[in-house]
Design a protein around this ligand. Structure first.
Ligand SMILES: [Mn+2]
Length: 212
């Protein structure tokens, strides 16, 4: 049975990611969609990126861009994103890699390869959301990684259910047409990392144990 598995907003919390992946125990037929925000805040951003890359040897993997990777990729060329990066946990990422420059030396190719979204017959996976009424191919990447209530407070008009993160809630949030699985990992010490799993016609969640 092939499973579609979504994980988002890991934020350097390597142990929580490892616990969750062990619980999921992915196999060759499974696909994991990593929906961005691998880095910042938690202590082990580099280890998190190494781990998600290594999962390619175990199952199918899709890698999406999050708001923190967007800020990182623009931190060199744009004052606003430089400010965002350094004020929202980028110092922890630079420490994890040894220096700011090392982030690009070690994982620059990975960060530059991240996709905006992943689409299947049933689901659209995206970091933060989409702007209703605009075709998928014409969406603005900044919207897709930064949108909040403007997206999730409205119904969208896609046939797919949208699985997203970016805005943290106490528990997974389920709407008729969308599900948010950011449960605050990395932002709050005792909050879990959550995975959304779609298997046959079942949808369910798995969470990392409550490790600090
Ligand atoms: Mn995030």
């Amino acid at each position: 049975m092939a499973r579609l598995i979504a994980i988002t907003d890991i934020h350097g919390e390597y142990e929580k990611l490892c616990y969750l992946l062990e619980e999921i125990n992915p196999t060759l037929k499974d696909t994991i969609i990593f929906m961005g925000d691998y880095i910042d805040r938690g202590a082990k951003s580099k280890e998190v990126v190494d781990k998600v890359i290594s999962m390619k040897n175990i199952c199918n993997c899709e890698y999406l861009i999050g708001s923190h990777e967007y800020a990182l990729l623009h931190s060199d060329s744009d004052e606003y994103y430089k400010w965002l990066f350094w004020n929202y946990g980028g110092d922890a990422t630079a420490r994890s890699y040894g220096s700011y420059e090392n982030i690009f030396k070690i994982h620059g190719d990975f960060f530059n390869s991240l996709k905006a979204y992943y689409l299947t017959d049933k689901y659209l996976f995206v970091h933060a959301g989409i702007r209703t009424g605009i075709p998928l191919g014409e969406q603005n990447l900044v919207d897709m990684v930064y949108m909040r209530s403007e997206f999730y407070d409205k119904k969208h008009n896609l046939p797919q259910k949208i699985i997203f993160g970016h805005t943290e809630f106490e528990s997974p949030q389920i709407w008729e047409d969308k599900i948010c699985i950011d449960t605050g990992c990395g932002k709050f010490k005792n909050h879990p990392l959550t995975a959304f799993i779609s298997e046959n016609d079942k949808e369910y969640f798995l969470q990392s144990p409550n490790v600090a």
